[in-house]
Design a binder for this molecule. Structure first.
Ligand code: ARG
Length: 494
């Protein structure tokens, strides 16, 4: 094979598609080679990339203005016809070019001057992925908002906190909700960060080795709303690390969601939370069943997303420079991940915001399993006992099988310290430390579960949400205004 440069981007505008169809018209591997069906996802992106490229070619006097006008008119007609009516082709780029040539004749072949499908496809993927990542970010913002609302409503609701799934210390529902809000906040940040590297233009890199034409890469980047140009033409056309880091960020988000889903599934099992019917399912045989299926599916999406990361990494690993056709199979991993994770985030937000927290049940269980033990040990330590000794006293009390924890502590103190409890600490303070609500209220250190600390965290959560929302919306505005101004430029020719 002679490669893309030999039959693409010719000075006389000969159609690459036409040439290729003569020689490689399709043997048994035709459908194996083709990405046309999967390329439906980048149909609009490709038309937009074509428009920007043609406008730039005309501005740089590489293609005559009237020819540019004819090509741009044909592109509009092709958009109306839709992806499903494209002529056959190895991919959407070839099919659109063929359609342009069918409409306006050989001049249509000038569209592919000074570029290759290699920089073209890389540009289309980045173009489309920007929109998808912005809408995935939107779902993380909605989830954060839902978690903030739960935290606001339940800043004071005491609940059991667990480690190793064993009752550990009482907390508040607000504290639990904010623990996920904090994590999702970082997931938003990772996606925003990845967006910055998606939003760079490979267009003009050509097959990988640049072009003899005096093109203006900054101009096409700007027309398409990209922040900058990917400088090195070989890197521009062949690197896919932007796909990998985006899929990884999505997979990390999905992992956060899976923990959230698992918690709510367990809470539903314990009667702490009631999912709304909209986010539950039932059994086809057991009429009494109400199951948290939506959250189980959210939990499973983490596995899918991790699988996409694995597939993508394995495809990209060891690929030599520059373009290799393996890359065609890399792209769908990112689409799968972004679709699944976006939907899972949306569902998680809906399930969380419509769930009912059973405050009475939570309060009952908050002190179960002597979960206030740490607070009692802290109290003894505050009153002068070495923490290790205090721990020993409370640990002994915890071994006693009794409902009267105070009595057990008194007995353990007498045994370990050889003196009555009240000679170390006010018994009323011990009673208070044993109360789950008081125990929570006393843990008011920064970021802690006390209602006052939850209120402070709510404030920073709201502030961060506002900033991220503004940033995201500005990115979206930049895309829409690029789209509008490209429309206007096209209007000059058609
Ligand atoms: N459809 C291909 C892809 O998705 C782009 C075509 C580049 N083809 C080539 N033979 N250089 O990656």
């Amino acid at each position: 094979m002679t490669g893309e440069n030999a039959d693409g981007g010719n000075a006389d505008g000969t159609s690459e598609g036409v040439v290729r169809r003569d020689r490689f018209s399709g043997g048994p591997a035709r459908s194996f080679l083709s990405s046309l069906e999967a390329d439906a996802r980048i149909f609009e992106a490709d038309l937009e990339v074509d428009r920007a490229h043609v406008v730039m070619l005309a501005e740089c006097e590489i293609v005559e203005s009237d020819v540019a006008g004819k090509i741009l008119t044909a592109l509009d007609a092709i958009e109306v016809e839709g992806h499903e009516n494209l002529p056959d082709g190895e991919d959407v780029h070839e099919a659109i070019e063929t359609a342009v040539i069918e409409q306006i004749g050989p001049d249509g072949g000038k569209m592919h001057t000074a570029r290759s499908r290699n920089d073209e496809v890389a540009t289309c993927i980045r173009y489309r992925l920007r929109e998808d990542v912005l809408s995935a970010i939107e779902t993380t913002l909605a989830l954060r908002e839902a978690l903030l609302e739960v935290a606001d409503e339940h800043a004071e609701t005491t609940m059991p906190g667990y480690t190793h799934l064993q009752p550990a210390q009482p907390i508040t529902v607000g504290h639990w909700a904010l623990s996920y809000e904090n994590a999702v906040r970082r997931d938003t940040a990772r996606l925003l960060d990845a967006y910055g590297r998606i939003n760079q233009s490979p267009l003009g890199g050509a097959a990988f080795a640049g072009t003899t034409f005096d093109i203006d890469r900054e101009r096409t980047a700007d027309l398409l709303g990209f922040d900058s140009v990917l400088e090195n033409s070989m890197d521009a056309s062949s690197s896919r690390d932007f796909l990998l880091e985006t899929t990884q960020a999505l997979s990390t988000l999905a992992t956060t969601l899976s923990g959230l889903a698992e918690d709510v599934i367990i809470f539903a099992n314990r009667g702490f939370v009631d999912l709304s019917d909209d986010y539950s399912s039932t059994s086809s045989i057991m009429p009494q069943k109400k199951n948290p299926d939506t959250l189980e599916l959210v939990r499973a999406v983490a596995g899918d997303a991790a699988g996409e990361v694995q597939g993508l990494t394995t495809t990209l690993k060891g690929l030599p420079r520059a373009y290799n056709r393996d890359l065609q199979r890399a792209t769908p991993h990112a689409w799968e991940a972004v679709d699944a994770v976006r939907e899972a985030t949306e569902v998680a937000a809906g399930a969380v915001s419509t769930a009912d927290w059973n405050e009475a049940e939570l309060a009952d269980e908050a002190g179960a399993g002597f979960s206030t033990a740490t607070g009692v040990a802290d109290l003894l330590a505050e009153n002068g006992l070495p923490f290790r000794t205090a721990h020993e006293v409370v640990a002994r009390a915890a071994e006693v099988d009794t409902d009267d924890e105070f009595e057990a502590i008194e007995a353990a103190a007498a045994e370990v310290l050889g003196e009555p409890l009240e000679s170390y600490v006010d018994p009323a303070a011990v009673e208070a430390a044993l109360d789950p609500a008081e125990s929570v209220a006393s843990r008011d250190s920064q970021g802690g579960p006390a209602p006052s600390a939850v209120r402070d965290q709510l404030e920073s959560g709201r502030q961060a949400l506002k900033v991220d929302r503004t940033d995201r919306d500005a990115l979206e505005d930049r895309l829409s205004s690029a789209h509008a101004s490209l429309r206007q430029e096209v209007g000059e020719y058609v």
